[in-house]
Design a protein around this ligand. Sequence first.
Ligand code: ADP
Ligand code: MG
Length: 468
Amino acid sequence: MSLRWKIFYLYLIVMVTSLAVTGFYLYSYIEKSYLDNVKINNLVQANMVSNFVSRFVGTPSSYLIEPTISEYAKQINARILFTNTDGKVIVDSAPSKDFEGKNLLSYPDIKEALNGKSSTSIHNINGVGWAMYAAVPVTSKNKIVGAILISSSIDNVIELLDSIKYRMIYTFSAIGVLIGIVSLGIASFITNPLKRLTEAANILSQGKLDYKVDVKSKDEIGKLANAFNKMSFSLMKLDEERKRFVSDASHELKTPLASVKALIESLINSRNQDISFYKEILKDVNGEIDRMTKLVNDLLELARLDKIKSPRIKKVEVSEIIEEVVESLVPLARSKGVNLSFNGKGRIFAEIDPDRFYRMVYNIVENGIKYTHEGGYVIVGLYEDEEKVYLTISDNGIGISDEVLPKIFDRFARGDTARSKKSGGFGLGLAIAKEIIDMHEGRVNVKSKVGEGTTFEIELPKSKGKRY
Ligand SMILES: Nc1ncnc2c1ncn2[C@@H]1O[C@H](COP(=O)(O)OP(=O)(O)O)[C@@H](O)[C@H]1O
Ligand SMILES: [Mg+2]
């Protein structure tokens, strides 16, 4: 059963049940109060008759009993019976007088009255209608001498109660139908956004990643829809990134492949050339293959970084790793006429992934050398506090323009100057460095001015405990 119908039935059952219970109690209360009223009325009249009779019974005036009872019965529009202690009817107010001489001890009300208690009951008499009996004892000198029974029609009361009952049933049924309609509306109102969310999820799973659900409410479902939209948005971004990455990577591989092919074709087409010509071309081919290898290695490294999110953490001397980086980059700096120096103070330790850390520092320092003119400098600085290590890499090179600066950590992002140069990289170095910094839950900040130089500021938490 769908959620909509579940909510509908639940709501309907709760409402209809409470409606029925309320109606039942209300009606019972009305019925009881009407009948109680009649009961009291009849008992009062029976007592009045009983008082009158007890005054005359056994006296010379007892002959007055019968006409008085008949007269009174006419007045109150009821039938009055007077029995002796055996239950035998002495007076019947009805003109037919057909009860006179009959024994009514089988009537529970008479029996009760002769035992000294007043009693009432309701009867549906065939061909006559609804009647109420009210019986009370007749006492004289503290002795029960008989019973009075008043039988009066309560057809009008029963009729009234019936009409109240039917009216209540109609009204409550109408309310029930109304509740049904309303609960269906409420159920739809609650479940429609969920339906739309389900549809959206299905559309999303078919690959339409930019699909958005339109749910405006601010309740839980609205929040769910919002989260859903956020999810689809980031899925879309991820997908776009992935597509761009693949196309960029293929494009980068195409260029060296094309030059390798051109070089080899020139070898094939050449005739009787000097050996040095072949050597020259093969050297170029070799260079292109080196470039491709570097690209593939970088791509593999990125893929690996994407996959393993937890680094292989060890407590190591950070300053030592930086010294190693500087040492291996000194030849490059020398060849470019750039002064590379490290001024770390003392031994600084941290829990890091040493291989990845090396790679990160290498990429950034290499850039510093690459993008600095002859006679410039690259300075690496390292210091620490209680919780973190701080690394700065500054150069006085070409700097980064404000348009390029926000994109330098993107994959395949390169400054224009770098792109035009054949020696320029693929724009993956900083992307790799950023992944490594993120993996260590560190932060990086870049300040740069075109023509003046660039400074990378990196901070990494020192211990694993603070990180995970
Ligand atoms: N120290 C720097 N000085 C000037 N520009 C830099 C520096 N470091 C990075 N850049 C810019 O950021 C871009 C991205 O760097 P990177 O990811 O290492 O790619 P690549 O070095 O292969 O071009 C570079 O192309 C360059 O334009
Ligand atoms: Mg680089």
